[in-house]
Design a protein around this ligand. Structure first.
Ligand code: GLU
Length: 464
């Protein structure tokens, strides 16, 4: 039975790299009808906050990465960690180390002076010396002295680390609190994790964790270390490359399924498949498909994928997502055309919900065109024609076809081309030089509102 986990530290928001790790762990569990566990690694008391935890939970929910067990909190498992530390001490697999900071500094300096790699020299490992009084010791793990740890990493291939390269890790600080690597080991063991899928920034921890698991007689999970996500310029992903916090993408108007689809394709591939559902993904996902080299974040591709999803999305659903953006823009969509109809007209043309909202504004309140746009499209010669259009509009039943017929007739009577009439009409009523088909737009805005806007603009222009 496959059991995977996502184990974020709530020391900041959930970023794209973390979300992708979560997605891969989740998909692997779903693919194998296994169990996906959420564990909050909140032992860094100074940097972990309840707010950050909440943001992680919100992001998981928004993305639809549902977990079967948890969230488990490491801070609630302290007694268990202490119990295992005591067990290791009792079995002689760990020991108290009383070396003071000064002593350790001196040791390090000496090693560096000799050109050696600085590391703890195990001075208390087999010591029979009487412990100094008044010193609270740390607990160190007795790492094997020889042999090697062989990791058949499911992404990176075989990794071999000599035990002589690893020193005796501190597993409890002098105040008794367990250290990060140790908590991870006990948790993966207790939670019976079979596959640890995580960022490759943890690959150096893995041989240490494996040694502790072995000392505990715990079964070893398989490991898959996923390479980083870099910015488009190959640098570490940061604010410069756009939003890095997952929830920022919600605020910027991305659909969760689009972000997931994008993340799924970031460093993983199945042939040429670009747009796929999460059902397909969980059917296809395999660790062999993960690239061994870092992937680059490409905001244009994310926009493209988001656009594909927006086109297909149900307009009623999009209405609910667009509404808050419109309200922020001082636009109340409860007065004016039905928002889903407006969205039907616009959703093929935008990358994000935010753009969708921007494009919808003129349906609910008039916008003033840029003077340059007026100058380009609304010459003095066309004003009388526009007056005529307005007069004919008064008389018709307000349908898209009837609007179109008026424009066609006027064009024919004046020997003009259609854009000569459509463009000034568009600019005067919507304020924008680009909109969907103008007859459809006008039909939705409504007769009274179109005529009010048109007459007001014409009056202003003929007065000037
Ligand atoms: N808590 C670690 C992090 O957020 C992940 C540890 C793990 O997956 O083993 O980077």
């Amino acid at each position: 039975m496959v059991r995977t986990r996502f184990a974020p530290s709530p020391t900041g928001y959930l970023h794209l790299g973390g979300a992708r790790t979560a997605l891969f762990s989740w998909a692997f569990a779903r693919r194998h009808k296994g169990t996906f566990v959420l564990r909050i690694e909140d032992t860094d008391l100074e940097r972990s906050t309840p707010e950050n935890t909440q943001v992680i939970l919100d992001a998981m929910k928004w993305l639809g990465l549902d977990y079967d067990e948890g969230p488990f909190y490491q801070t609630k498992r302290m007694d268990r960690y202490k119990e295992v530390i005591d067990q290791l001490l009792a079995e002689g697999k760990a020991y108290y180390c009383y070396a003071s900071k000064e002593e350790l500094d001196a040791m390090r300096e000496e090693q560096m002076a000799k050109g050696e790699k600085p590391r703890y020299d195990r001075r208390w490992r087999d010591s029979t010396a009487t412990p100094p009084t008044g010193v609270s010791p740390v607990v160190r793990f007795k790492n094997p002295l020889d042999g090697a740890v062989v990791i058949d990493d499911l992404v990176k291939g075989q990794i071999i680390v000599q035990n002589s390269e690893l020193d005796d890790l501190i597993i409890a600080r002098s105040d008794g609190s367990p250290t990060y690597n140790f908590c991870v080991v006990v948790d993966d063991w207790d939670m019976q994790i079979t596959h640890v899928i995580r960022g490759d920034d943890h690959v150096n921890n893995t041989p240490r964790q494996i040694n502790i698991l072995k000392a505990l007689g715990a079964p070893l999970p398989k490991y898959g270390h996923v390479p980083m996500i870099l910015g488009h310029d190959g640098e570490k992903l940061s604010k410069r490359h756009g939003a890095v916090s997952v929830m920022q993408y919600e605020e910027d108007g991305y659909l969760p399924e689009a972000l997931l689809n994008y993340l799924a394709r970031l460093g993983w591939a199945k042939g040429d498949e670009e747009v796929f559902t999460m059902d397909q993904f969980t059917e296809w996902f395999n660790l062999e498909g993960i690239s061994r080299s870092p992937s680059r974040f490409n905001p244009e591709k994310l926009n493209w994928i988001n656009q594909q999803y927006l086109k297909q999305a149900d307009s009623n659903r999009l209405s609910e997502l667009v509404r808050p953006f419109l309200l922020r823009d001082e636009c109340d969509p409860s007065h004016g055309p039905a928002l889903p109809l407006v969205i039907d007209l616009l959703k093929e043309r935008v990358n994000t919900i935010e753009e969708l909202a921007d494009a919808a504004v003129y349906f609910y309140r008039p916008l003033d065109a840029e003077p340059a746009v007026i100058e380009q499209h609304v010459g003095a010669d066309i004003l009388p024609v526009m007056q005529q259009v307005a007069d004919r509009f008064e008389a018709i039943d307000w349908t898209r076809e009837a609007i179109h017929d008026v424009m066609k007739a006027i064009v024919a009577e004046h020997g003009l081309k259609l854009p000569k009439v459509a463009m000034p009409l568009r600019v005067l009523v919507t304020g924008e030089p680009q909109t969907p088909s103008i007859d459809a737009v006008l039909a939705l805005i409504g007769k009274d509102e179109v005529l009010t806007r048109l007459r007001r603009q014409l009056n202003a222009l003929s007065a000037s």
